[in-house]
Design a protein around this ligand. Structure first.
Ligand code: SF4
Length: 366
């Protein structure tokens, strides 16, 4: 127990019957998905073991419940469920048993008991056009956000709607939808975009917060560990892109051969997310592997930033690479890019190494 007599994450896990071996395996997978060096796995395990179980208040505003579905429908409770078993989810419309006044009372009590320490998760955008567009217990989303954010240690803006406005903000934005960061300016905000976000990314961000505090963020407030590279750089169809081999329709020979989907509107070159590495449904697949281009759902401006089936304008660096490869000239540039590709493959291999649980058992004294 901690000085506040709260169970630590490790104590909670043991109480839930999670074995040390399963925990270490989980930490290994988590570290791998966060692109942490293997040497960080024992540190992650130790920090998670000692972390205090946090109170989490989850507010849902203008959203479709896809973000909650994403985390709750994960196919690997031993992975995603592990972390969610370790937090105290004190308020969440969709998941909690309480309803009506009892639910709001639970939120009030959690806020008072953990003032200044709880984590606030928000999914959905906030309508500024009219306070009545979206309310909870008669309170506008705007007022509810301000009220609950005041006592939060940090805010996780979950999903593209909360992070950047998302679908509700798409032209003509009838509700005047804005993002959490447009309203709250005095709290740390971690944007976890995606429509919806990848379950293991959600749990990875929470795990990082528990173990090490706020993760390193990029200029759009996203954790670099998960959003540091674009889909294009990790896409297994990239060799076809480099050779200028593109599917022209969804059922042509190129599509059947698995060629690049750029000409079918793939937004992979401008989309930063972990889909190509962590994938979905327990690492089974991701949209491009299923034959459809990336739709850029985790970027600001989604849905408006480009027609689904219109190719995006590539950054000049990518365009020139493509021209070089497609025309078969520029050997020096080709060699340089091939080296970069090799390096990327090596990095990918390093970060996806299988976890040696027995070795970890020897290294970590929990
Ligand atoms: S354009 Fe899309 S399908 Fe083609 S390599 Fe890039 S991410 Fe993959």
């Amino acid at each position: 127990m901690t000085q506040f007599n709260m169970p630590t994450v490790g104590e909670q896990l043991r109480e839930n019957g999670i074995s040390r071996r399963a925990f270490l395996k989980f930490c290994g997978l988590l570290a791998s998905s966060m692109a942490l060096a293997p040497s960080m796995i024992p540190k992650l395990a130790e920090a998670l073991e000692k972390a205090t179980r946090p109170s989490v208040i989850w507010l849902s505003f203008q959203e479709c419940t896809g973000c909650a579905e994403s985390i709750t429908r994960a196919h690997s409770p031993s992975l995603e469920g592990l972390i969610f078993d370790t937090i105290s989810l004190d308020y969440q419309h969709t998941l909690q048993a309480a309803a009506g006044e009892a639910a709001e009372q639970a939120r009030d009590e959690a806020m008072q008991a953990n003032y200044g320490k709880y984590v606030l998760i928000v999914d959905g955008s906030i309508p500024l056009g009219n306070a009545g567009y979206s309310t909870i217990a008669g309170v506008s989303n705007l007022d509810m956000l301000k009220q609950v954010a005041k006592g939060a240690a940090a805010i996780i803006a979950l999903g593209t709607c909360a992070a950047y406005g998302g679908l509700p903000q798409a032209n003509p934005n009838p509700t005047g939808a804005v993002a959490v960061a447009d309203i709250i300016k005095d709290k740390p905000i971690i944007n976890v975009p995606g429509c919806p976000p990848i379950p293991v990314v959600i749990t990875g961000v929470i795990a990082h917060f528990l173990a090490f505090g706020l993760p390193a963020l990029d200029h759009l407030g996203r954790p670099k560990a998960f959003y540091g590279q674009n889909i294009h750089d990790r896409c297994y169809r990239r060799p076809f892109y480099e050779r200028g081999l593109f599917a022209e329709t969804f059922d042509d020979e190129g599509a059947k051969q698995g060629w690049c989907l750029y000409k079918l509107g793939c937004k992979g070159p401008i989309t930063y997310n972990a889909c190509a590495t962590t994938k979905w449904n327990d690492g089974t697949s991701f949209p491009i592997e299923s034959g459809h281009g990336c739709i850029g759902c985790s970027e600001p401006g989604f849905w408006d930033f480009g027609g689904l089936y219109n190719p995006v304008s590539l950054p000049s660096s990518l365009s020139s690479q493509h021209v070089v490869f497609a025309t078969g000239i520029g050997v020096a540039a080709g060699v340089a890019i091939a080296a970069l590709n090799k390096q990327a493959k090596q990095q990918a291999k390093q970060t996806r190494e299988p976890v040696n649980v027995d070795q970890l058992n020897r290294e970590v004294q929990l």
